[in-house]
Design a binder for this molecule. Structure first.
Ligand SMILES: Nc1ncnc2c1ncn2[C@@H]1O[C@H](COP(=O)(O)OP(=O)(O)OP(=O)(O)O)[C@@H](O)[C@H]1O
Ligand SMILES: [Mg+2]
Length: 163
């Protein structure tokens, strides 16, 4: 199923992550984020991190590929990956991440077409400007974003995401 929401600013984007997706997440889950530069992928991940109670700050991991944020509440860690410069993430476990995909919630920016191998059970989140076009990085705060969630695999069957 696909469920679509709108976020008109960064706070709403974090709230969407926290209220719509995070309550369903548990260890082993994989979330792939798609959207242009500045769409709001990291902002969305920050909302997930807040909700999961992991140690922050969550920032764009562009220069390090992946970072593990341990839980501060005895739950799963958050593995935050930036796949922008990678061709495939077949062996994410080869990275020295202090956590494995099975034990953590793994969120991959630019994950579509790169990180599907991580799991058959996945959430794809596609973020786009409601008006279309690229984000003007001089004025990233302009423009609502649509956020479309699509659920794949047995693990997500019967789950419906509501705002
Ligand atoms: N509705 C919105 N949702 C998310 N972010 C928004 C929204 N409106 C404005 N912003 C701003 O847009 C920027 C989004 O940046 P963010 O780093 O989350 O994007 P990104 O998709 O991770 O980019 P990159 O491809 O560089 O990793 C932030 O400055 C944020 O405050
Ligand atoms: Mg980012």
């Amino acid at each position: 199923m696909t469920a679509t929401f709108t976020a008109s600013d960064a706070a709403q984007m974090r709230a969407l992550a926290r209220d719509v997706l995070a309550p369903h997440l548990r260890a082993g889950d994989v979330v792939l984020l798609t959207g242009d530069l500045g769409a709001g992928k990291t902002t969305f991940t920050q909302g997930l991190g807040d909700a999961l109670g992991v140690r922050g700050p969550i920032a764009s991991p562009t220069f390090i590929i992946a970072r593990t944020h341990p839980s501060e509440v005895g739950g799963p860690a958050l593995i935050h990956v930036d796949a922008y410069r990678l061709n495939s993430l077949a062996e994410l476990d080869d990275l020295d991440l202090d956590a494995t995909v099975d034990d953590a919630v793994t969120v991959v920016e630019w994950g579509e077409d790169r990180a599907e191998q991580l799991s058959e059970d996945r959430v794809h989140v596609v973020i786009a400007r409601t008006r279309g076009g690229q984000v003007d990085m001089e004025r990233p705060d302009e423009g609502d974003r649509t956020v479309a969630f699509t659920l794949f695999g047995e693990r997500w069957s019967g789950v419906s995401l509501v705002g």
